[in-house]
Design a protein around this ligand. Sequence first.
Ligand code: DP6
Length: 328
Amino acid sequence: MKKKATALAHPNIAFIKYWGNQNQELRIPQNGSLSMNLSGLEARTTVHFDSDLHADQFTLNDEPMDGAGLARVTKMLDRVRRLAGINQYASVSSQNNFPTGSGIASSAAAFAALALAASTAAGLTLSEKETSILARTGSGSASRSVPGGFVEWQAGSDHESSYAFSIAPPEHWDLVDLVAVVSQEHKATGSTAGHTLADTSPFQSARVQDAPRRIDICRTALLEKDFDAFAEIVELDSNMMHAVMQTSSPRLNYWRPATLAIMHAVQELRRGGIPVCYTIDAGPNVHVLCPKEFSDEVSEQLINISGVIKILAASPGGPAKLIPEGGN
Ligand code: DP6
């Protein structure tokens, strides 16, 4: 049996956010979420189960990793070894083509690619749903980087019922995500730690309770390509997550002055008739969304805002996929 496989996956940007888990260990979220995969940005991961190894090895962008990074990879490999009934250690090598600290979560692409490469290398043939479930255990948002295009992650209530599926292919809507980078520093509190604080905010239960309504509105807006309805619900959802973050204990405030300046500029542009909206993850950088035909105009406005370092652009991306050996 060939025990080596390579897979590629894109990161994703959530329009309706995941924040807080029902089950932290399995990453079963408190609410469902909706996202778009980001084309052009990718993680490529090769997994090789090898009986000559005495421990798992992990290199990220050619740097050997240990500590928490390696432990998180080993945890997923253990799950795959259990499923496949094998006991060899593996070498894992992963490359991201997008910068860390760019405001684009690398864990989603990384664990989607790892789930697909590791399960295939172990001889398993998992369905898309099973791969999404496996990816979720490594990083919740990774479940959404397995299917292609526009994706919904249904929260579910247990390991088997919490997975993501595509609601529309990438070519459905030519939206662009313009990431306005205002800081490239490593954030003080990452998402994994952040999720555990969500319930300390009195706003979290209201946010979670209202999530099915926001998902319905966002899904319909996406399917009907109704940008105005989309913009309203995406900004509301982002603001609700940040209200939870800013009222948890300890408080998480990811915004910088430039973050707020971009939020205001985006709303000003929208009032001026340009279809554009913002959404912000667990960091200070702002994801600015608009139809492709407006992306040059919006980029020009964003780059002139004081504190904006650079803009990265991405369009809707496809599913996680295997790369044949020697292929690309
Ligand atoms: C704010 O999926 O990065 O980006 O499961 O601990 O890896 P872990 O968390 P992660 O959380 C993502 C949080 C978010 C919102 C989102 O992408 O839905």
